[in-house]
Design a protein around this ligand. Structure first.
Ligand code: GLU
Length: 304
Protein backbone atom coordinates (compact mmCIF):
# COMPACT_ATOMS: atom_id res chain seq x y z
CA UNK A 1 0.00 0.00 0.00
CA UNK A 2 1.20 3.50 -0.75
CA UNK A 3 2.07 5.36 2.42
CA UNK A 4 1.08 8.85 1.34
CA UNK A 5 1.06 10.45 4.79
CA UNK A 6 4.65 9.38 5.44
CA UNK A 7 5.68 10.82 2.08
CA UNK A 8 3.94 14.12 2.77
CA UNK A 9 5.52 14.39 6.24
CA UNK A 10 8.96 13.79 4.81
CA UNK A 11 8.39 16.20 1.92
CA UNK A 12 7.11 18.89 4.30
CA UNK A 13 10.22 18.69 6.47
CA UNK A 14 12.58 18.85 3.52
CA UNK A 15 10.74 21.59 1.64
CA UNK A 16 10.40 23.85 4.67
CA UNK A 17 14.16 23.62 5.17
CA UNK A 18 14.95 24.73 1.60
CA UNK A 19 15.97 28.38 1.06
CA UNK A 20 13.28 30.58 -0.51
CA UNK A 21 14.64 31.16 -4.01
CA UNK A 22 11.45 32.38 -5.67
CA UNK A 23 9.52 35.65 -5.62
CA UNK A 24 5.87 36.26 -4.77
CA UNK A 25 3.95 37.61 -7.78
CA UNK A 26 3.50 41.37 -7.53
CA UNK A 27 2.13 42.38 -10.95
CA UNK A 28 -1.30 41.93 -9.35
CA UNK A 29 -0.61 44.13 -6.29
CA UNK A 30 -3.02 42.28 -4.00
CA UNK A 31 -1.08 39.00 -4.49
CA UNK A 32 2.09 40.61 -3.13
CA UNK A 33 0.55 40.84 0.34
CA UNK A 34 0.94 37.07 0.93
CA UNK A 35 3.81 35.65 2.99
CA UNK A 36 6.47 33.91 0.87
CA UNK A 37 7.14 31.27 3.53
CA UNK A 38 3.75 29.52 3.42
CA UNK A 39 3.76 25.90 2.34
CA UNK A 40 0.92 23.42 2.27
CA UNK A 41 0.30 20.08 0.61
CA UNK A 42 -2.87 17.98 0.43
CA UNK A 43 -3.56 14.71 -1.38
CA UNK A 44 -6.80 12.83 -2.04
CA UNK A 45 -6.70 9.30 -3.36
CA UNK A 46 -9.34 7.72 -5.59
CA UNK A 47 -11.11 6.30 -2.50
CA UNK A 48 -11.33 9.84 -1.09
CA UNK A 49 -8.82 9.20 1.68
CA UNK A 50 -7.05 12.46 2.46
CA UNK A 51 -3.51 13.24 3.60
CA UNK A 52 -2.00 16.64 4.30
CA UNK A 53 0.68 18.75 5.93
CA UNK A 54 1.50 22.44 6.46
CA UNK A 55 -0.78 25.30 5.38
CA UNK A 56 -3.13 23.05 3.44
CA UNK A 57 -6.26 24.66 4.96
CA UNK A 58 -5.24 28.26 4.28
CA UNK A 59 -6.99 29.88 1.34
CA UNK A 60 -5.12 31.61 -1.47
CA UNK A 61 -5.81 32.98 -4.93
CA UNK A 62 -5.98 30.04 -7.36
CA UNK A 63 -5.47 32.29 -10.42
CA UNK A 64 -4.68 30.23 -13.54
CA UNK A 65 -5.71 26.95 -11.93
CA UNK A 66 -9.26 28.21 -12.53
CA UNK A 67 -8.66 27.97 -16.29
CA UNK A 68 -9.09 24.19 -16.11
CA UNK A 69 -12.49 24.68 -14.49
CA UNK A 70 -13.72 27.33 -16.93
CA UNK A 71 -12.61 25.13 -19.84
CA UNK A 72 -14.52 22.22 -18.32
CA UNK A 73 -17.66 24.31 -17.99
CA UNK A 74 -17.31 25.52 -21.59
CA UNK A 75 -17.04 21.88 -22.73
CA UNK A 76 -20.24 21.15 -20.82
CA UNK A 77 -21.94 24.07 -22.59
CA UNK A 78 -20.81 23.75 -26.22
CA UNK A 79 -18.79 20.51 -26.41
CA UNK A 80 -16.27 20.12 -29.23
CA UNK A 81 -17.19 23.53 -30.68
CA UNK A 82 -14.73 24.98 -28.17
CA UNK A 83 -11.90 23.83 -30.45
CA UNK A 84 -13.06 26.05 -33.31
CA UNK A 85 -11.99 29.06 -31.28
CA UNK A 86 -8.91 27.87 -29.43
CA UNK A 87 -6.11 25.47 -30.38
CA UNK A 88 -4.58 22.65 -28.30
CA UNK A 89 -0.83 23.14 -28.79
CA UNK A 90 1.73 24.12 -26.12
CA UNK A 91 2.80 27.73 -26.59
CA UNK A 92 6.39 27.56 -25.36
CA UNK A 93 5.83 31.18 -24.33
CA UNK A 94 4.92 32.91 -21.08
CA UNK A 95 1.25 32.84 -20.08
CA UNK A 96 0.56 36.40 -21.19
CA UNK A 97 2.53 36.50 -24.44
CA UNK A 98 0.79 38.24 -27.31
CA UNK A 99 3.01 37.71 -30.34
CA UNK A 100 1.68 34.24 -31.25
CA UNK A 101 -1.85 35.55 -31.13
CA UNK A 102 -1.08 37.95 -33.96
CA UNK A 103 0.86 35.41 -35.95
CA UNK A 104 -1.99 32.92 -35.68
CA UNK A 105 -4.80 35.32 -36.50
CA UNK A 106 -6.46 35.54 -33.13
CA UNK A 107 -6.71 31.80 -32.42
CA UNK A 108 -4.96 31.28 -29.05
CA UNK A 109 -2.53 28.38 -28.85
CA UNK A 110 -4.41 26.66 -26.03
CA UNK A 111 -7.11 27.36 -23.41
CA UNK A 112 -4.66 27.48 -20.48
CA UNK A 113 -2.72 30.58 -21.55
CA UNK A 114 -4.36 33.93 -20.85
CA UNK A 115 -5.58 34.62 -24.40
CA UNK A 116 -7.13 31.15 -24.61
CA UNK A 117 -8.75 31.49 -21.20
CA UNK A 118 -10.19 34.85 -22.24
CA UNK A 119 -11.83 33.18 -25.26
CA UNK A 120 -13.22 30.51 -22.90
CA UNK A 121 -14.49 33.31 -20.64
CA UNK A 122 -16.22 34.83 -23.67
CA UNK A 123 -17.93 31.48 -24.39
CA UNK A 124 -19.17 31.28 -20.79
CA UNK A 125 -20.38 34.89 -20.82
CA UNK A 126 -22.44 34.02 -23.93
CA UNK A 127 -23.73 30.71 -22.60
CA UNK A 128 -24.52 31.37 -18.95
CA UNK A 129 -27.45 33.35 -17.65
CA UNK A 130 -25.51 34.78 -14.69
CA UNK A 131 -21.88 34.01 -15.62
CA UNK A 132 -20.08 34.85 -12.36
CA UNK A 133 -22.74 33.30 -10.15
CA UNK A 134 -23.15 30.20 -12.35
CA UNK A 135 -19.40 29.56 -12.55
CA UNK A 136 -19.03 29.85 -8.78
CA UNK A 137 -21.95 27.49 -8.34
CA UNK A 138 -20.30 24.97 -10.70
CA UNK A 139 -17.10 25.02 -8.60
CA UNK A 140 -19.06 24.74 -5.35
CA UNK A 141 -21.02 21.78 -6.67
CA UNK A 142 -17.85 19.99 -7.77
CA UNK A 143 -16.30 20.51 -4.34
CA UNK A 144 -19.58 19.95 -2.49
CA UNK A 145 -18.61 23.06 -0.56
CA UNK A 146 -20.63 26.27 -0.48
CA UNK A 147 -17.93 28.19 1.40
CA UNK A 148 -15.87 28.77 -1.77
CA UNK A 149 -15.97 32.43 -2.88
CA UNK A 150 -14.27 34.94 -5.15
CA UNK A 151 -11.77 37.31 -3.55
CA UNK A 152 -13.21 40.65 -4.66
CA UNK A 153 -10.05 42.54 -3.66
CA UNK A 154 -7.90 40.37 -5.92
CA UNK A 155 -10.36 40.71 -8.81
CA UNK A 156 -10.39 44.50 -8.37
CA UNK A 157 -6.62 44.66 -8.07
CA UNK A 158 -6.20 42.73 -11.32
CA UNK A 159 -8.79 44.87 -13.07
CA UNK A 160 -6.77 47.97 -12.19
CA UNK A 161 -3.46 46.58 -13.45
CA UNK A 162 -4.39 43.93 -16.04
CA UNK A 163 -3.14 45.93 -19.02
CA UNK A 164 -1.77 42.90 -20.87
CA UNK A 165 -5.05 41.07 -20.52
CA UNK A 166 -6.85 44.13 -21.89
CA UNK A 167 -4.39 44.07 -24.80
CA UNK A 168 -5.02 40.36 -25.40
CA UNK A 169 -8.78 40.80 -25.24
CA UNK A 170 -8.66 43.73 -27.66
CA UNK A 171 -6.50 41.74 -30.08
CA UNK A 172 -8.96 38.84 -29.88
CA UNK A 173 -11.79 41.25 -30.55
CA UNK A 174 -9.98 42.71 -33.57
CA UNK A 175 -9.69 39.20 -35.04
CA UNK A 176 -13.38 38.49 -34.40
CA UNK A 177 -12.69 35.89 -31.70
CA UNK A 178 -14.54 37.71 -28.90
CA UNK A 179 -18.31 38.00 -29.16
CA UNK A 180 -18.96 40.04 -26.03
CA UNK A 181 -17.45 43.37 -25.08
CA UNK A 182 -13.95 43.38 -23.62
CA UNK A 183 -14.99 44.85 -20.26
CA UNK A 184 -17.65 42.20 -19.59
CA UNK A 185 -15.42 39.29 -20.58
CA UNK A 186 -12.48 40.52 -18.49
CA UNK A 187 -14.71 41.21 -15.50
CA UNK A 188 -15.70 37.53 -15.61
CA UNK A 189 -12.10 36.40 -16.22
CA UNK A 190 -10.69 38.42 -13.30
CA UNK A 191 -13.34 37.01 -10.97
CA UNK A 192 -12.74 33.47 -12.18
CA UNK A 193 -9.01 33.86 -11.43
CA UNK A 194 -9.74 35.32 -7.99
CA UNK A 195 -11.33 32.10 -6.68
CA UNK A 196 -10.19 31.83 -3.09
CA UNK A 197 -9.53 28.23 -2.10
CA UNK A 198 -7.18 26.04 -0.08
CA UNK A 199 -5.27 22.92 -1.11
CA UNK A 200 -7.93 20.62 0.36
CA UNK A 201 -10.72 22.32 -1.62
CA UNK A 202 -8.66 22.14 -4.80
CA UNK A 203 -8.37 18.38 -4.38
CA UNK A 204 -12.13 18.18 -3.75
CA UNK A 205 -12.78 19.98 -7.05
CA UNK A 206 -10.12 18.22 -9.11
CA UNK A 207 -11.29 14.79 -7.97
CA UNK A 208 -13.41 14.51 -11.13
CA UNK A 209 -10.28 14.51 -13.31
CA UNK A 210 -9.04 11.34 -11.60
CA UNK A 211 -12.50 9.79 -11.38
CA UNK A 212 -13.49 9.66 -15.07
CA UNK A 213 -15.56 12.86 -14.88
CA UNK A 214 -17.52 12.08 -11.73
CA UNK A 215 -17.27 14.39 -8.71
CA UNK A 216 -16.88 13.32 -5.10
CA UNK A 217 -20.61 12.64 -4.85
CA UNK A 218 -20.32 10.30 -7.87
CA UNK A 219 -22.30 12.62 -10.18
CA UNK A 220 -21.01 12.80 -13.79
CA UNK A 221 -20.03 16.30 -14.97
CA UNK A 222 -17.77 15.56 -17.95
CA UNK A 223 -17.58 12.43 -20.07
CA UNK A 224 -14.47 10.30 -20.26
CA UNK A 225 -13.38 11.78 -23.61
CA UNK A 226 -13.62 15.30 -22.25
CA UNK A 227 -11.57 14.25 -19.22
CA UNK A 228 -8.96 12.76 -21.56
CA UNK A 229 -8.69 16.04 -23.42
CA UNK A 230 -8.54 18.28 -20.35
CA UNK A 231 -5.91 16.06 -18.69
CA UNK A 232 -3.86 16.04 -21.91
CA UNK A 233 -3.96 19.85 -21.98
CA UNK A 234 -2.85 20.02 -18.36
CA UNK A 235 0.15 17.84 -19.19
CA UNK A 236 1.19 19.73 -22.31
CA UNK A 237 0.13 23.28 -21.46
CA UNK A 238 -0.41 23.50 -17.69
CA UNK A 239 2.86 25.13 -16.66
CA UNK A 240 3.42 28.11 -18.95
CA UNK A 241 6.68 27.60 -20.85
CA UNK A 242 7.83 25.08 -18.26
CA UNK A 243 5.43 22.25 -19.17
CA UNK A 244 8.32 20.16 -20.46
CA UNK A 245 10.27 20.66 -17.26
CA UNK A 246 7.25 19.74 -15.13
CA UNK A 247 6.64 16.56 -17.14
CA UNK A 248 10.33 15.73 -16.87
CA UNK A 249 10.63 16.39 -13.12
CA UNK A 250 7.18 15.38 -11.88
CA UNK A 251 5.51 13.38 -14.64
CA UNK A 252 1.87 14.30 -13.95
CA UNK A 253 -0.77 16.44 -15.67
CA UNK A 254 -1.46 19.57 -13.64
CA UNK A 255 -1.95 23.29 -13.55
CA UNK A 256 -0.20 26.08 -11.70
CA UNK A 257 -1.26 29.62 -10.86
CA UNK A 258 0.62 32.80 -10.01
CA UNK A 259 -0.89 32.69 -6.52
CA UNK A 260 1.60 29.87 -5.88
CA UNK A 261 -0.78 26.94 -6.13
CA UNK A 262 -0.26 23.78 -8.16
CA UNK A 263 -2.71 20.93 -8.70
CA UNK A 264 -1.42 17.69 -10.20
CA UNK A 265 -3.04 14.32 -10.68
CA UNK A 266 -2.65 10.70 -11.64
CA UNK A 267 -5.91 9.43 -13.20
CA UNK A 268 -7.63 6.65 -11.21
CA UNK A 269 -5.12 7.10 -8.37
CA UNK A 270 -4.81 10.52 -6.69
CA UNK A 271 -4.87 14.28 -7.00
CA UNK A 272 -2.57 16.54 -5.02
CA UNK A 273 -2.42 20.28 -4.41
CA UNK A 274 0.50 22.34 -3.13
CA UNK A 275 0.74 25.99 -2.16
CA UNK A 276 3.91 28.01 -1.78
CA UNK A 277 3.64 31.60 -3.08
CA UNK A 278 7.27 32.20 -4.10
CA UNK A 279 7.49 31.65 -7.87
CA UNK A 280 10.45 30.65 -10.01
CA UNK A 281 11.46 32.66 -13.09
CA UNK A 282 8.87 30.90 -15.25
CA UNK A 283 6.03 31.78 -12.86
CA UNK A 284 5.58 28.37 -11.22
CA UNK A 285 5.78 27.82 -7.47
CA UNK A 286 9.41 26.87 -6.80
CA UNK A 287 8.76 24.79 -3.69
CA UNK A 288 5.54 23.35 -5.09
CA UNK A 289 7.43 21.90 -8.03
CA UNK A 290 10.17 20.54 -5.76
CA UNK A 291 7.56 18.94 -3.48
CA UNK A 292 5.77 17.25 -6.36
CA UNK A 293 9.04 15.99 -7.81
CA UNK A 294 9.72 14.36 -4.47
CA UNK A 295 6.21 12.92 -4.25
CA UNK A 296 6.40 11.09 -7.58
CA UNK A 297 9.96 9.96 -6.84
CA UNK A 298 9.17 8.64 -3.35
CA UNK A 299 5.86 7.02 -4.31
CA UNK A 300 7.14 5.80 -7.71
CA UNK A 301 3.78 6.91 -9.11
CA UNK A 302 3.59 9.04 -12.26
CA UNK A 303 1.98 8.67 -15.67
CA UNK A 304 5.32 7.48 -16.98
N1 GLU B 1 -5.16 36.32 -13.57
C1 GLU B 1 -3.80 36.08 -13.92
C2 GLU B 1 -3.43 36.82 -15.19
O1 GLU B 1 -4.20 36.85 -16.08
C3 GLU B 1 -3.59 34.60 -14.08
C4 GLU B 1 -2.17 34.29 -14.35
C5 GLU B 1 -1.72 32.95 -13.87
O2 GLU B 1 -2.05 32.50 -12.78
O3 GLU B 1 -0.98 32.35 -14.64
O4 GLU B 1 -2.41 37.42 -15.30
Amino acid sequence: MVVFQQHLDRIYKEIIALPNTGKVASYIPELATVSATKFGIHLMDINQNIFSNGDSQEKFSVQSISKVLSLSMALQCIGENVWERVDVEPSGDPFNHLSLLELENGIPRNPLINAGAIVIADILVSQLENPKEDFLKFVRVLANDTSITYDKNVAKSEKETGFKNYAAANLLKSYGNLNNDVETVLDFYFHQCSLHMNCAQLCDVFYLYINRGKCKRDVAHLNINQIKRVNALMLTCGFYDEAGEFAFEVGLPGKSGVGGGIVALLPNKFCVATWSPALNKKGNSAKGMAALEQLTTLSELSIF
